[in-house]
Design a protein. Structure first.
Length: 196
């Protein structure tokens, strides 16, 4: 609060000196620049925080991965309905590949580090859970299959939580994150608000 008062006082003093005519032209240019900075800061506070270029580039790089994960979830759903163990194993390999692709995206902007950790944990849970599910189903181990299904479900929750965090950190405030139904099939998920 004291900082904004001092800026306002300096601006008022600069305008007063300019009105009297004792301020040289260079000081006037500085006061105009300072007034523009104050106005842009007020506009930024009113419009919400802008994303840095690094954050936008990072989000653009993970967008295909997020889309592929949702497509793999659809494949997993179809394989489970058909009791296709090879299809479930293939889906586990797809999750592992998507996690490897995600690990290659460096650097992660500091503001996105928490969401990146949650996203990585979700992908790890999806990968390990799907592989355990195949083993449990092939061995007719109902307890192991149940643990693996819980792990897959936890991975999906973590993944959706991370996508929700990323979406909330940019774009218009209070736009809800839509969590797709696992049986709904592939759904386009805009990770950057405003884009289809």
């Amino acid at each position: 609060m004291a900082r904004s008062v001092s800026r306002f006082a300096r601006l008022a003093l600069a305008i007063g000196l300019l009105g009297i005519g004792t301020l040289p032209f260079e000081a006037h240019a500085r006061s105009v620049a300072q007034a523009a900075r104050v106005q842009s800061a007020r506009a930024a506070r009113g419009a919400g925080a802008r994303q840095t270029t690094a954050v936008l580039v990072w989000q653009g790089k993970i967008l295909p991965i997020v889309t592929d994960v949702y497509a793999s979830l659809s494949d997993l759903s179809v394989a489970l309905q058909n009791r296709d163990y090879n299809g479930i194993a293939t889906t586990g390999d797809q999750f592992a590949g998507e996690r490897q692709r995600f690990d290659l995206i460096k650097p992660t902007p500091h503001s996105m580090s928490n969401a990146a950790k949650v996203l990585d944990q979700g992908l790890r849970e999806l990968t390990n859970g799907t592989k355990s599910l195949v083993v449990g189903l092939r061995d007719s181990d109902s307890a192991g299959s149940q643990r693996a299904a819980n792990q897959v479900e936890n991975g999906l929750k973590l993944f959706n939580q991370a996508v929700g965090q990323i979406r909330r950190m940019n774009g218009p405030v209070a736009e809800p994150t839509v969590i797709p139904n696992p049986n709904a099939g592939p759904v386009p998920t805009p990770i950057i608000k405003g884009l289809p």
